[in-house]
Design a protein around this ligand. Structure first.
Ligand SMILES: [Zn+2]
Length: 484
């Protein structure tokens, strides 16, 4: 059905799919000025897949911020939006199949999606046959740590690439053109996860921008060797070409003093190597326990992160902040001041794993943080298919959609904010150029096209419809190229 529809739209599905095969796929036989010649990436032995069809125009689209029932033609030049003009039906005449002009048949065109926070190396452990003996039997956080540690002991390049490639290609099909991917670095996995992450980054270059964060999930100052090995390996990882940032989890340290040392060390490491910083912290809902965010902001101030333009700091999880009273939110806004600090809420994981002793759940109210307190924040998928988060897919829109219920955010304006949280805000937080819901000329031509449904009136006409009920009928455009 999709093939028939695409054929009507001038797209040969088989041919398109053959152009977006991964890794070892043969180069296309036909010579076409629209196709890049395949070539090996300089930073990896993995052959880079040929990029697919370059577009100069997308005809007859609905746009998020334009009046309903109006249609537009979007012109693309050098990977950017060149102009947006009212749709001219005459432009459809004489369209050749696979030309650089795509007829969208009144589908909604919106900015592409982004994972602001995803664990690339731990994805799909519950479905990969290699790890089929590691089942969830009690569903606790401790069990998740034990199962994941057992899995990590068996990681090798083959399964890391297999699982990572599945995650990125599924994400790409969902409309994701950028992601911040965490790969762990410690004595158990050494540099294996990082090496695989860097290979995938090269393999998907041009289709999905994969930002690699070398990540210390284990303690930097606790444990039998006082964290020496993890610090040594993280120091080495931070200097590797292709690594975009570093991150840590202060909450795994044995006491408050070591938590502080963790924060200072990882911040210094990021500054020393000119990298971005990502802190996974305050991951509890215990009102008796002081939030670490105040110490973290102190460390960032002392290290002059305010002056490090273009190198931001993300704080992920932060479920402890859900217990903040009004004055603490105000204090947070004030203490951040002009520092490039933002937050990422991970509701799918928090709903599964995070609750008080009397069973109350906690996950950051991201829309409130944005609208009420003027903070910069996004929501993200976090873990996919492992013991930390067994449920859900890698679709960022599923998290935005969950947000409608979670935050009682049902208005059109709410839907726009939730969409931004998995699109423009997510990209901004991780330091990437992004197109807004306005889709202005000069912004990157990174889009999702929400295609026509078989029942025509069910075709998504607005961002609210997409967020309420995400469709799987999507096409992904990155820098003006049809990539999925
Ligand atoms: Zn995480």
């Amino acid at each position: 059905m999709a093939g028939a529809y695409l054929a009507a739209a001038g797209i040969n599905l088989d041919e398109e799919m053959s152009k977006i095969q991964f890794g070892a796929s043969p180069p296309p036989q036909q010579s076409s000025s629209l196709l890049d010649a395949p070539h090996a990436s300089p930073s990896s032995s993995t052959p880079r897949a040929p990029l697919s069809r370059a577009l100069t125009k997308v005809l007859g689209v609905r746009l998020p911020r334009k009046p309903p029932k109006t249609f537009w033609d979007v012109s693309i030049s050098e990977g950017m939006i060149e102009s947006i003009t009212p749709h001219s039906p005459a432009a459809r005449l004489g369209l050749r199949p696979n030309s650089s002009v795509l007829d969208a048949h009144e589908a909604l065109l919106a900015p592409s999606l982004c994972h602001a926070h995803i664990h690339l190396d731990k994805a799909f452990l519950l479905s990969d046959p290699k790890f089929s003996d590691l089942e969830v039997t009690d569903g606790s956080f401790e069990e998740a740590m034990t199962l994941t540690t057992a899995a990590k002991e068996r990681f090798d390049e083959e399964d890391l690439l297999r699982r990572g490639r599945a995650l990125v290609s599924e994400s790409l099909a969902f409309g994701v053109t950028a992601m911040r991917a965490f790969v762990e670095v410690d004595g158990t996995v050494g540099m294996k996860d990082l090496d695989a992450g860097l290979k995938l980054k090269a393999e998907f270059e041009g289709r999905c921008e994969i930002q690699i964060i070398a990540f210390a999930q284990l303690a930097l100052f606790s444990g039998s060797d006082g964290g020496n090995e993890v610090r040594r390996l993280m120091g080495e990882a931070a200097g590797r070409e292709g690594v975009d940032g570093v991150g840590s989890t202060p909450y795994v340290e044995e006491d408050g003093e070591r938590e502080g040392a963790n924060l200072r060390w990882i911040s210094d490491l990021a500054v020393e190597h000119g990298k971005m910083l990502d802190l996974h912290m305050d991951y509890h809902v215990d009102v008796e326990k002081q939030p670490l965010v105040w110490d973290a902001l102190e460390v960032l101030r002392e290290a002059d992160w305010d002056g490090r333009r273009g190198k931001g700091v993300c704080m992920g999880h932060c479920t402890r902040l859900t217990l903040f009273v009004e004055s603490e939110w105000t204090r947070l806004r004030e203490e951040i001041g002009s520092m490039p600090v933002s937050f990422v809420g991970l509701p799918t994981s928090d709903l599964y794993m995070m609750r008080t002793e009397d069973g109350r759940r906690g996950t950051l109210n991201v829309p409130d943080m944005i609208e009420k307190y003027g903070l910069q924040a996004a929501v993200a998928v976090n873990n996919v298919g492992n013991a930390f988060t067994p449920q859900g897919s890698s679709d960022p829109l599923s998290v935005a959609s969950l947000g409608v219920g979670l935050y009682q955010a049902g208005t059109k304006k709410d839907a726009d904010v939730l969409y931004e949280c998995v699109s423009s805000r997510a990209k901004e937080i991780i330091g990437l150029a992004h197109s807004s819901l306005d889709l202005n000329p000069g912004e990157p031509a990174d889009f999702v096209l929400y295609e026509r449904e078989e029942v025509a009136w069910r075709t998504k006409k607005s961002i609210a419809e997409v967020v309420y009920d995400p469709t799987s009928r999507r096409r992904t455009i990155k820098s003006g190229r049809l990539v999925a």
